[in-house]
Design a protein around this ligand. Structure first.
Ligand SMILES: Cc1ncc(C[n+]2csc(CCOP(=O)(O)OP(=O)(O)O)c2C)c(N)n1
Length: 564
C-alpha cells in the first residue's frame, strides 16, 4: 500500500539514507571519485562524519580497491562514481569482481529522473549497461525505494555464489525525503557467505563411498574455498584421506603450501608439468569451489575426460556437470560440504611420495634458474627473493603477464587464507596496484606487495598519487622488460617468432614513482635485488622497485607450454 511520506519523521534525504543503509550493513570505507551528479551524496558523506572515503584517481581503480578490500576482509567492498564516464570507467572492476565471485557494490550517481530522455549531459542507460555484468542491479526512480533496494543488493551479493551489484542513484532521488523508520538492515548480509547452504546428506554419502574405493584421489580447489573460509575443513579432509590438494590461482590460500598434502597450482597459468602429473594420476577428482574452467584444466584435458570419477562441490548449481561428467554433484557451501564429507569418510592410508617427488622436481628446476646471476634478471630470481624475505602474513597481489604465472607457480603461500591473489576472471592488466591498496586498507597490519609488468604499470600509475596521499607503507615491484612479454612469448612459440607490435619503449619507473613521492630503486644487478627489496619492504612509506628483467619470450620454455 502506498504511504504518504511523513515529512516530519523524514529527516533524512535520499543521500543520507544511502549512507545510513551502507553503515547498517557494516560498511566502513568507500572508494570513489566525485562528479556533478554526486554532490548530494558527497555532502551526506561529509555530514555523516563516520564513513571513510578514499578518493581515487579513476573509477576503475576504485572498483579494484573495493575488490581487494573485499577479498581480504570477507566484507562487501563499496565503490562509487558519477554518471556517464563514471559508470563506464567503474565497469571493468565490477565485472572482474562479479566473475571472481567477490561481492562489491558500485554506486553510480545519475542524472535526475526529471531530466531523463532530454539529451541531458552524461545520461546513460545504466540499467542495461550493468545488467549482463553484475549479479544484481537496479536504477532508483524514487527515494522511498532506497532502503529496500540496498537490502536487496546486499542479499544478492553475499548469498549463494557471491557477486557484484550496481545501483544507479539519480540526482533528484538523492535530494528527496526518506522515512527514517524504513532505514534498517540485517548486518549479517554485509559479509560473505551470509547464508550458508548445507549439502544433501545423500550426496555426501555417495561421495564418501566413491572416495572409499579410490586409489589416488586428488582434491582441486578453486577460489570458493577461501571465499567460504573453508580452509580448516579442507585441511581436516586432506589429512583424513591423506590425499593431495591442488589449487587454481584463485584457490591459492586454500591450504598451507608448505604442507605435505599441497601440490601447488595446476592449470595453464601457474601449473607446471610436475603439478599436472599429479592430476593425471588421479582416479577420483574432487573439485571444490572451482568451475573446472579452461585454465585450471588446460582446456579440459587434465584431468582427461572419463579418466577419473568426479565429485564436484560448488555453491552454484550450474557448475557441477558443466565441464565434466559428474559422478557426485554437491551443491552447497564449501565449508559445510567439506565438513560433512570429512565426517563421512574413513581414515585412509594414502601415499604422498609421488606428490613429494613431483614438488621436488618442480622446485629443483626453479631454484637453479633463481640462483642465476644472469643479466637481465630472471623472473625466477624475483619470485625466489620475495618468497625468502616476505613474512608469512604478507599479501602478494600479482598482475597478468609474468607476475601471475610465476608467482602462482613458485611463490609459496605460508599459512592458509587470503595471502595471494590475482584477477583471474578477465585478467585485465593494471589491477594489482589498486587491488593491493584495497587489501592493505582491509588488513593494514600485513605487508602488502603488488607485482606488475611494465604494461600493467602504464595502466595504473595514476593511483601512486593516492598511495602517497594516504602515506601507505606498501611496496610495488615492476618487472620491467619494455614489452608485452606474455603475448610476445605466444608469438615466439606459436607464430614462428614473427614478432608484431608487442615491443614498447623503456620507461624509468623508479623515476616516475619518485616524481609521485614514492621512495624508489631501479635494479639491474641481480646481486642488488635482495638488499634493495629488503630495504623497500622495511620502509615505513610507499616504495617501488623497478627490476630490469629478462623478457618472457627469452625466459625458460614452460611459459609457452602454459598457454592453453
Ligand atoms: C587490459 C588488457 N589488455 C590486454 C591484455 C592482454 N595481455 C595479456 S598479458 C599481456 C602482456 C603483459 O605485459 P606486461 O604487463 O608488460 O608484462 P610481461 O608479460 O611483459 O611480463 C597482454 C597485453 C590484458 N590482459 N589486459
Amino acid at each position: 500500500m502506498n504511504r504518504p511520506v511523513d515529512l516530519q519523521a523524514a529527516a533524512l534525504t535520499g543521500a543520507d539514507a544511502v549512507v545510513e543503509m551502507l553503515k547498517a550493513h557494516g560498511v566502513e570505507v568507500i572508494f570513489g571519485l566525485c562528479g556533478d551528479t554526486s554532490l548530494p551524496l558527497y555532502d551526506a558523506l561529509a555530514r555523516s562524519g563516520s564513513m571513510r572515503h578514499i578518493l581515487t584517481r579513476d573509477e576503475r581503480h576504485a572498483a579494484y580497491m573495493a575488490d581487494g578490500y573485499a577479498r581480504v576482509t570477507g566484507k562487501v567492498g563499496v565503490c562509487e562514481g558519477p554518471s556517464g564516464g563514471g559508470a563506464t570507467y567503474i565497469l571493468p572492476g565490477l565485472v572482474e569482481a562479479n566473475e571472481s565471485s567477490v561481492p562489491i557494490l558500485a554506486i553510480n550517481t545519475d542524472v535526475a529522473v526529471s531530466s531523463r530522455n532530454r539529451f541531458t549531459l552524461t545520461e546513460l542507460d545504466q540499467r542495461s549497461l550493468m545488467k549482463p555484468l553484475t549479479k544484481w542491479n537496479a536504477v532508483l526512480d524514487r527515494a522511498g525505494d532506497i532502503p529496500r533496494t540496498f537490502r536487496a543488493a546486499f542479499e544478492a551479493m553475499t548469498t549463494g555464489r557471491p557477486g557484484a551489484a550496481h545501483i544507479a542513484l539519480p540526482f533528484d532521488v538523492q535530494n528527496a525525503p526518506v522515512e527514517r523508520g524504513d532505514v534498517w538492515a540485517d548486518p549479517t548480509l554485509g559479509a560473505f557467505p551470509s547464508r550458508r547452504v548445507a549439502p544433501d546428506p545423500f550426496c555426501i554419502e555417495l561421495a564418501a563411498k566413491l572416495l572409499r574405493g579410490a586409489r589416488n584421489p586428488v582434491v582441486i580447489c578453486g577460489g570458493g574455498v577461501v571465499l567460504s573460509g573453508a580452509e580448516a575443513e579442507l585441511q581436516a579432509l586432506a589429512e583424513k584421506l591423506n590425499a593431495p590438494v591442488a589449487t587454481t590461482v584463485s584457490g591459492k590460500g586454500s591450504i598451507d603450501e608448505r604442507c605435505a598434502h599441497s601440490v601447488g597450482v595446476v592449470g595453464s597459468n601457474g601449473g607446471t608439468p610436475a603439478t599436472r602429473a599429479v592430476v593425471d594420476q588421479a582416479d577420483v577428482v574432487v573439485f571444490v569451489g572451482c568451475r573446472a574452467g579452461s585454465v585450471t584444466t588446460e582446456r579440459w584435458r587434465h584431468p582427461a575426460p572419463g579418466r577419473a570419477r568426479i565429485i564436484h562441490i560448488d555453491v552454484d548449481p550450474t557448475v557441477p556437470g558443466t565441464n565434466y561428467k559428474v559422478d557426485v554433484p554437491i551443491v552447497a557451501d564449501a565449508k559445510l560440504a567439506l565438513s560433512a564429507l570429512e565426517e563421512a569418510v574413513e581414515k585412509r592410508e594414502g601415499d604422498l611420495s609421488f606428490v613429494d617427488a613431483k614438488k621436488r622436481e618442480k622446485f629443483e628446476a626453479f631454484e637453479a634458474l633463481a640462483r642465476s646471476d644472469d643479466v637481465p634478471i630472471k623472473p625466477e630470481r624475483v619470485v625466489a627473493t620475495l618468497d625468502k624475505i616476505l613474512g608469512k602474513d604478507a599479501i602478494v597481489v600479482a598482475d597478468p603477464g609474468t607476475p601471475c604465472p610465476y608467482f602462482a607457480a613458485y611463490y609459496v603461500v605460508k599459512g592458509s587464507g587470503r595471502r595471494f591473489f590475482s584477477n583471474r576472471a578477465h585478467g585485465a592488466l593494471g589491477y594489482a596496484l589498486a587491488a593491493a591498496l584495497g587489501a592493505h586498507l582491509g588488513r593494514p597490519a600485513a605487508k602488502t606487495v603488488a607485482v606488475m609488468g611494465d604494461g600493467s604499470f602504464g595502466m595504473c600509475v595514476g593511483e601512486l598519487e593516492t598511495v602517497v596521499r594516504l602515506k601507505l607503507p606498501m611496496t610495488f615491484v615492476v618487472i620491467s622488460n619494455a614489452v608485452y612479454g606474455w603475448i610476445k612469448a605466444g608469438q615466439k612459440s606459436g607464430y614462428g617468432e614473427r614478432y608484431f607490435s608487442v615491443d614498447f619503449g623503456v620507461t624509468d619507473h623508479a623515476k616516475v614513482a619518485a616524481a609521485f613521492g614514492v621512495k624508489s630503486w631501479k635494479v639491474s644487478d641481480p646481486r642488488q635485488l635482495e638488499p634493495v627489496l629488503k630495504q623497500a619492504i622495511a620502509h615505513g612509506g610507499p616504495t617501488l622497485v623497478d627490476i630490469v628483467c629478462q623478457p618472457l619470450q627469452e625466459a625458460r620454455a614452460p611459459v609457452s607450454e602454459w598457454i592453453a
